[in-house]
Design a protein. Sequence first.
Length: 288
Amino acid sequence: MRTLLPLLTFMLPFTLLAQADAEVTLARAFLAKDLPDSALAHADKAVAMDPKLAKAWKTRGDAHQRLKDLPGALADYKQAEDLDPNDPRLFVSRSALRISEGNLKGALKDCERALALDPNDADAWYNSACARYMGHDTEGALKDADRAVKLRKDHADALFLRGAAKGELFREEDGLGDMEEAIRLKPGIPGGLMSSAVLLYETKRYEEAITRFTQVIDQDLDGKAEAYYYRGDCQYQLENKDLACADWRTSAKLGDKDATFIVKNYCNTDATKIPKKPTKKHRTTIEF
Protein backbone atom coordinates (compact mmCIF):
# COMPACT_ATOMS: atom_id res chain seq x y z
CA MET A 1 0.00 0.00 0.00
CA ARG A 2 2.89 2.35 0.76
CA THR A 3 4.07 1.97 -2.82
CA LEU A 4 0.59 2.27 -4.39
CA LEU A 5 -0.73 5.33 -2.52
CA PRO A 6 1.65 7.87 -4.12
CA LEU A 7 0.82 6.41 -7.52
CA LEU A 8 -2.93 6.66 -6.89
CA THR A 9 -2.55 10.22 -5.59
CA PHE A 10 -0.58 11.11 -8.72
CA MET A 11 -3.16 9.55 -11.05
CA LEU A 12 -6.21 11.23 -9.46
CA PRO A 13 -5.77 14.67 -11.14
CA PHE A 14 -5.35 13.02 -14.51
CA THR A 15 -8.54 11.03 -13.96
CA LEU A 16 -10.44 14.22 -13.12
CA LEU A 17 -8.96 15.94 -16.16
CA ALA A 18 -10.13 13.11 -18.40
CA GLN A 19 -13.58 13.28 -16.85
CA ALA A 20 -13.69 17.04 -17.33
CA ASP A 21 -12.73 16.59 -20.98
CA ALA A 22 -15.51 14.04 -21.37
CA GLU A 23 -18.03 16.45 -19.85
CA VAL A 24 -16.94 19.18 -22.27
CA THR A 25 -17.39 16.77 -25.17
CA LEU A 26 -20.89 15.94 -23.96
CA ALA A 27 -21.72 19.61 -23.49
CA ARG A 28 -20.64 20.40 -27.04
CA ALA A 29 -22.68 17.51 -28.39
CA PHE A 30 -25.79 18.89 -26.66
CA LEU A 31 -25.07 22.35 -28.08
CA ALA A 32 -24.87 20.83 -31.55
CA LYS A 33 -28.33 19.36 -30.94
CA ASP A 34 -29.57 22.77 -29.73
CA LEU A 35 -30.11 21.55 -26.17
CA PRO A 36 -28.40 24.33 -24.18
CA ASP A 37 -29.87 23.35 -20.79
CA SER A 38 -28.28 19.90 -21.01
CA ALA A 39 -25.09 21.43 -22.35
CA LEU A 40 -24.92 23.80 -19.39
CA ALA A 41 -25.32 20.95 -16.89
CA HIS A 42 -22.33 19.10 -18.35
CA ALA A 43 -20.27 22.26 -18.70
CA ASP A 44 -20.91 23.01 -15.02
CA LYS A 45 -19.55 19.57 -14.13
CA ALA A 46 -16.46 20.15 -16.28
CA VAL A 47 -15.72 23.49 -14.60
CA ALA A 48 -16.16 21.94 -11.14
CA MET A 49 -13.81 19.06 -11.99
CA ASP A 50 -11.11 21.27 -13.52
CA PRO A 51 -11.44 25.03 -12.93
CA LYS A 52 -8.30 25.61 -15.02
CA LEU A 53 -9.71 24.00 -18.16
CA ALA A 54 -10.24 26.93 -20.53
CA LYS A 55 -12.45 25.03 -22.96
CA ALA A 56 -14.82 24.14 -20.13
CA TRP A 57 -15.39 27.82 -19.37
CA LYS A 58 -15.71 28.63 -23.07
CA THR A 59 -18.26 25.87 -23.59
CA ARG A 60 -20.23 26.97 -20.56
CA GLY A 61 -20.21 30.49 -21.97
CA ASP A 62 -21.62 29.15 -25.24
CA ALA A 63 -24.41 27.42 -23.32
CA HIS A 64 -25.20 30.60 -21.38
CA GLN A 65 -25.26 32.55 -24.63
CA ARG A 66 -27.73 30.11 -26.21
CA LEU A 67 -29.90 30.53 -23.11
CA LYS A 68 -29.79 34.34 -23.59
CA ASP A 69 -27.83 34.77 -20.34
CA LEU A 70 -25.38 37.27 -21.81
CA PRO A 71 -23.82 38.44 -18.49
CA GLY A 72 -23.20 34.80 -17.53
CA ALA A 73 -21.67 34.08 -20.91
CA LEU A 74 -19.41 37.14 -20.72
CA ALA A 75 -18.15 36.10 -17.29
CA ASP A 76 -17.35 32.61 -18.57
CA TYR A 77 -15.59 33.94 -21.67
CA LYS A 78 -13.45 36.20 -19.45
CA GLN A 79 -12.38 33.18 -17.41
CA ALA A 80 -11.59 31.27 -20.60
CA GLU A 81 -9.57 34.18 -22.00
CA ASP A 82 -7.54 34.46 -18.78
CA LEU A 83 -6.67 30.76 -19.03
CA ASP A 84 -6.10 30.62 -22.80
CA PRO A 85 -5.97 33.90 -24.79
CA ASN A 86 -4.97 32.05 -27.97
CA ASP A 87 -8.22 30.23 -28.76
CA PRO A 88 -9.70 31.85 -31.88
CA ARG A 89 -13.08 30.19 -31.35
CA LEU A 90 -13.42 31.95 -28.00
CA PHE A 91 -13.35 35.31 -29.77
CA VAL A 92 -15.73 34.05 -32.46
CA SER A 93 -18.22 33.14 -29.73
CA ARG A 94 -17.77 36.41 -27.90
CA SER A 95 -18.15 38.42 -31.10
CA ALA A 96 -21.54 36.74 -31.57
CA LEU A 97 -22.52 37.80 -28.08
CA ARG A 98 -21.37 41.37 -28.76
CA ILE A 99 -23.55 41.46 -31.86
CA SER A 100 -26.53 40.21 -29.86
CA GLU A 101 -26.10 42.98 -27.30
CA GLY A 102 -25.61 45.63 -30.00
CA ASN A 103 -21.93 46.27 -29.28
CA LEU A 104 -20.81 46.27 -32.91
CA LYS A 105 -17.38 47.84 -32.25
CA GLY A 106 -16.67 45.23 -29.60
CA ALA A 107 -17.81 42.50 -31.98
CA LEU A 108 -15.44 43.71 -34.71
CA LYS A 109 -12.53 43.79 -32.24
CA ASP A 110 -13.23 40.20 -31.24
CA CYS A 111 -13.48 39.18 -34.90
CA GLU A 112 -10.12 40.83 -35.55
CA ARG A 113 -8.58 38.89 -32.66
CA ALA A 114 -10.07 35.64 -33.92
CA LEU A 115 -8.82 36.23 -37.46
CA ALA A 116 -5.36 37.20 -36.24
CA LEU A 117 -5.18 33.73 -34.66
CA ASP A 118 -6.92 31.91 -37.54
CA PRO A 119 -7.51 33.86 -40.77
CA ASN A 120 -9.34 30.87 -42.26
CA ASP A 121 -12.21 30.80 -39.78
CA ALA A 122 -15.35 31.24 -41.89
CA ASP A 123 -17.51 32.00 -38.85
CA ALA A 124 -15.22 34.86 -37.80
CA TRP A 125 -15.56 36.41 -41.26
CA TYR A 126 -19.33 35.91 -41.13
CA ASN A 127 -19.62 37.53 -37.70
CA SER A 128 -17.54 40.44 -38.95
CA ALA A 129 -19.84 40.74 -41.97
CA CYS A 130 -22.88 40.80 -39.67
CA ALA A 131 -21.40 43.54 -37.49
CA ARG A 132 -20.54 45.63 -40.53
CA TYR A 133 -23.96 45.12 -42.13
CA MET A 134 -25.77 46.09 -38.95
CA GLY A 135 -23.50 49.14 -38.76
CA HIS A 136 -24.57 50.08 -42.34
CA ASP A 137 -21.14 49.32 -43.83
CA THR A 138 -22.63 47.35 -46.71
CA GLU A 139 -19.46 47.25 -48.82
CA GLY A 140 -17.44 45.94 -45.88
CA ALA A 141 -20.14 43.39 -45.07
CA LEU A 142 -20.09 42.14 -48.65
CA LYS A 143 -16.31 41.66 -48.61
CA ASP A 144 -16.34 39.78 -45.31
CA ALA A 145 -19.32 37.61 -46.28
CA ASP A 146 -17.56 36.78 -49.53
CA ARG A 147 -14.49 35.63 -47.58
CA ALA A 148 -16.71 33.41 -45.42
CA VAL A 149 -18.35 31.80 -48.46
CA LYS A 150 -15.02 31.21 -50.18
CA LEU A 151 -13.81 29.38 -47.08
CA ARG A 152 -17.05 27.41 -46.68
CA LYS A 153 -19.25 27.19 -49.76
CA ASP A 154 -22.18 25.75 -47.79
CA HIS A 155 -22.25 28.56 -45.21
CA ALA A 156 -25.95 29.35 -45.66
CA ASP A 157 -25.99 32.36 -43.33
CA ALA A 158 -23.00 33.95 -45.06
CA LEU A 159 -24.59 33.32 -48.46
CA PHE A 160 -27.81 34.95 -47.29
CA LEU A 161 -25.98 37.98 -45.90
CA ARG A 162 -23.91 38.30 -49.07
CA GLY A 163 -27.15 38.25 -51.06
CA ALA A 164 -28.66 40.96 -48.87
CA ALA A 165 -25.58 43.15 -49.27
CA LYS A 166 -25.57 42.67 -53.05
CA GLY A 167 -29.24 43.60 -53.19
CA GLU A 168 -28.61 46.85 -51.33
CA LEU A 169 -25.75 47.63 -53.71
CA PHE A 170 -28.13 47.23 -56.71
CA ARG A 171 -26.75 43.84 -57.73
CA GLU A 172 -30.19 42.27 -57.36
CA GLU A 173 -29.74 39.30 -59.72
CA ASP A 174 -26.50 38.21 -58.04
CA GLY A 175 -28.03 38.78 -54.64
CA LEU A 176 -31.08 36.70 -55.48
CA GLY A 177 -28.85 33.81 -56.56
CA ASP A 178 -27.07 33.85 -53.21
CA MET A 179 -30.34 34.02 -51.30
CA GLU A 180 -31.90 31.16 -53.24
CA GLU A 181 -28.87 28.97 -52.53
CA ALA A 182 -29.00 29.94 -48.84
CA ILE A 183 -32.68 28.96 -48.67
CA ARG A 184 -31.91 25.66 -50.40
CA LEU A 185 -29.23 24.88 -47.83
CA LYS A 186 -31.23 26.18 -44.85
CA PRO A 187 -34.96 26.37 -45.72
CA GLY A 188 -35.96 28.02 -42.46
CA ILE A 189 -33.34 30.77 -42.53
CA PRO A 190 -34.88 33.83 -40.79
CA GLY A 191 -36.03 36.44 -43.27
CA GLY A 192 -35.20 34.24 -46.24
CA LEU A 193 -38.60 34.16 -47.91
CA MET A 194 -39.30 37.86 -47.43
CA SER A 195 -35.94 39.13 -48.59
CA SER A 196 -35.80 36.86 -51.63
CA ALA A 197 -39.36 37.93 -52.53
CA VAL A 198 -38.29 41.58 -52.45
CA LEU A 199 -35.39 40.83 -54.78
CA LEU A 200 -37.78 39.02 -57.13
CA TYR A 201 -39.95 42.15 -57.06
CA GLU A 202 -36.97 44.43 -57.71
CA THR A 203 -35.91 42.33 -60.70
CA LYS A 204 -39.49 42.66 -62.05
CA ARG A 205 -40.27 38.95 -61.69
CA TYR A 206 -43.67 39.87 -60.33
CA GLU A 207 -45.50 36.55 -60.68
CA GLU A 208 -42.72 34.71 -58.82
CA ALA A 209 -42.61 37.47 -56.23
CA ILE A 210 -46.36 37.18 -55.61
CA THR A 211 -45.94 33.46 -54.91
CA ARG A 212 -43.11 34.15 -52.46
CA PHE A 213 -44.93 36.99 -50.67
CA THR A 214 -47.95 34.71 -50.37
CA GLN A 215 -45.75 32.15 -48.62
CA VAL A 216 -44.70 34.80 -46.11
CA ILE A 217 -48.34 35.71 -45.48
CA ASP A 218 -49.59 32.12 -45.29
CA GLN A 219 -46.84 31.07 -42.88
CA ASP A 220 -47.66 34.06 -40.66
CA LEU A 221 -44.02 35.16 -40.68
CA ASP A 222 -42.72 38.49 -39.42
CA GLY A 223 -43.28 41.39 -41.80
CA LYS A 224 -46.81 40.52 -42.96
CA ALA A 225 -47.72 44.21 -43.42
CA GLU A 226 -44.71 44.66 -45.69
CA ALA A 227 -45.48 41.41 -47.54
CA TYR A 228 -49.03 42.58 -48.26
CA TYR A 229 -47.66 45.94 -49.40
CA TYR A 230 -45.19 44.41 -51.84
CA ARG A 231 -47.69 41.83 -53.10
CA GLY A 232 -50.06 44.69 -53.78
CA ASP A 233 -47.32 46.51 -55.63
CA CYS A 234 -46.68 43.43 -57.77
CA GLN A 235 -50.37 43.36 -58.69
CA TYR A 236 -50.20 47.10 -59.44
CA GLN A 237 -47.26 46.53 -61.79
CA LEU A 238 -49.34 43.82 -63.48
CA GLU A 239 -52.15 46.41 -63.83
CA ASN A 240 -54.61 44.67 -61.52
CA LYS A 241 -55.97 47.49 -59.40
CA ASP A 242 -58.60 45.44 -57.53
CA LEU A 243 -56.14 42.83 -56.27
CA ALA A 244 -53.50 45.47 -55.57
CA CYS A 245 -55.86 47.56 -53.49
CA ALA A 246 -57.13 44.53 -51.58
CA ASP A 247 -53.57 43.88 -50.41
CA TRP A 248 -52.83 47.53 -49.73
CA ARG A 249 -55.97 47.85 -47.60
CA THR A 250 -54.85 44.86 -45.53
CA SER A 251 -51.35 46.30 -45.25
CA ALA A 252 -52.77 49.64 -44.13
CA LYS A 253 -54.86 47.92 -41.44
CA LEU A 254 -51.65 46.27 -40.21
CA GLY A 255 -50.04 49.70 -39.85
CA ASP A 256 -48.10 50.31 -43.06
CA LYS A 257 -48.09 54.08 -43.65
CA ASP A 258 -47.17 53.84 -47.34
CA ALA A 259 -50.14 51.54 -47.91
CA THR A 260 -52.38 53.98 -46.03
CA PHE A 261 -51.29 56.77 -48.38
CA ILE A 262 -51.96 54.64 -51.47
CA VAL A 263 -55.40 53.56 -50.25
CA LYS A 264 -56.40 57.19 -49.67
CA ASN A 265 -54.94 58.67 -52.84
CA TYR A 266 -55.39 55.82 -55.31
CA CYS A 267 -57.64 52.98 -54.15
CA ASN A 268 -60.41 55.29 -52.95
CA THR A 269 -60.34 57.28 -56.20
CA ASP A 270 -60.83 56.74 -59.90
CA ALA A 271 -57.11 57.30 -60.56
CA THR A 272 -55.33 54.88 -62.87
CA LYS A 273 -51.89 55.70 -61.45
CA ILE A 274 -50.68 56.37 -57.92
CA PRO A 275 -49.87 60.07 -57.46
CA LYS A 276 -46.40 60.52 -55.97
CA LYS A 277 -46.02 56.80 -55.33
CA PRO A 278 -44.03 56.16 -52.13
CA THR A 279 -40.57 54.64 -52.53
CA LYS A 280 -40.24 51.75 -50.13
CA LYS A 281 -36.73 50.42 -49.41
CA HIS A 282 -36.55 46.99 -47.81
CA ARG A 283 -33.55 46.27 -45.63
CA THR A 284 -32.94 42.66 -44.72
CA THR A 285 -33.05 41.97 -41.01
CA ILE A 286 -30.25 39.63 -40.04
CA GLU A 287 -31.20 37.50 -37.05
CA PHE A 288 -28.11 36.47 -35.18
